[in-house]
Design a protein around this ligand. Sequence first.
Ligand code: NAD
Ligand code: UFG
Length: 348
Amino acid sequence: MAKNVLVTGGAGYIGSHTVLQLLLGGFRVVVVDNLDNSSRTALDRVRELAGEHGPNLSFHEFDLRDKPALEKLFASTKFDAVIHFAGLKAVGESVQKPLLYYNNNLIGTITLLEVMDAHGCKKLVFSSSATVYGWPKEVPCTEDFPVCAMNPYGRTKLFIEEICRDVYRADPEWKIMLLRYFNPVGAHPSGCIGEDPRGIPNNLMPFVQQVAVGRRPALTVYGTDYSTKDGTGVRDYIHVVDLADGHIAALQKLDEPGIGCEVYNLGTGKGTSVLEMVAAFEKASGKKIPLVMAGRRPGDAEIVYASTENAERELNWKTKYGIEEMCRDQWNWASKNPYGYGSPDSTD
Ligand code: NAD
Ligand code: UFG
């Protein structure tokens, strides 16, 4: 019997890619999303890409904090597990509007856990983040490194990790995977789905992509005086399809005996600088990306990349793609959809 998986935030960037991999892997998928930072079109395209598996996807548009709506859904469908992506994720905005972030991310998660508990669904995969490593003292980051919060967004990730640990301590029937993503980039190789941030992008590759299609004049490079190979910040960029596959591996792991509340890094284990990433994108796209060198962005770490040992050994998962493929697929998506899922008038 095909397994039923609830995916919260499944219309978003990582969610839509994961929903596609789930469908192709034979799962039945129910998405809940309030479309606050995403588009219904993403799921229409996922359905198409999934071919004969497309009918195994259903979508419910509501906010996770709407407990009666969630109750109703759980009363009508028995879920084997939940993958929980839904959340707000813009670091700068979280500093300006901390209560919005605490309300959305924490209340959303607590409501979900309460309804899951009430319906005896106790298997959860949660989107945590490498942001919990802050400015790590050394690299690669292993899962047992000390954790901290650099901003309200990061603090919601830390709090939710702790909430999950407490929920498991109180009831060991729970099985929980806390996945700490490094820097997801790229898009599905079809170029039909990808990242489509609202407003001015905060993250490197969405910004680079908008420069390449002529929506922004130049990329501002934040910091050229770091102790790195070329002075710019170093990160662990991971292809979003590899990341999506990591969720399937985590779901499978939930069925193994002896699983409690576990934490895994999902990254490649390789560090790439801003300038290296820009050069790789220029090569993949044939576009010149004009640069404006600037000072460091407050709160940014110097070098962050993952130790991938635990995920490779215990989840039996490792990444397949390098930065060439990430940039190739990012450009394929960008050139086919220069305005994402919208039109030139629907975005700034
Ligand atoms: P995204 O914004 O594209 O997707 C999140 C989705 O959740 C959106 O579709 C949004 O509409 C939905 N959503 C938000 N609040 C909701 C609510 N209260 N009820 C229902 N739906 C809601 O972001 P993403 O990049 O796909 O990230 C997914 C998850 O991974 C997030 O939790 C994010 O914090 C985490 N994460 C992302 C990154 C990254 O760089 N993209 C890195 C680490 C962790
Ligand atoms: N950068 C620029 N110019 C830009 C944007 C970014 O130079 O316009 C640089 C940053 O200074 C950094 C690198 O590009 O050195 C990567 O920056 P991102 O904003 O793309 O990614 P971060 O590692 O800073 O943070 C992201 C998410 C966090 C998440 C973290 C780890 O924004 O929420 O990845 O997953 F926690």
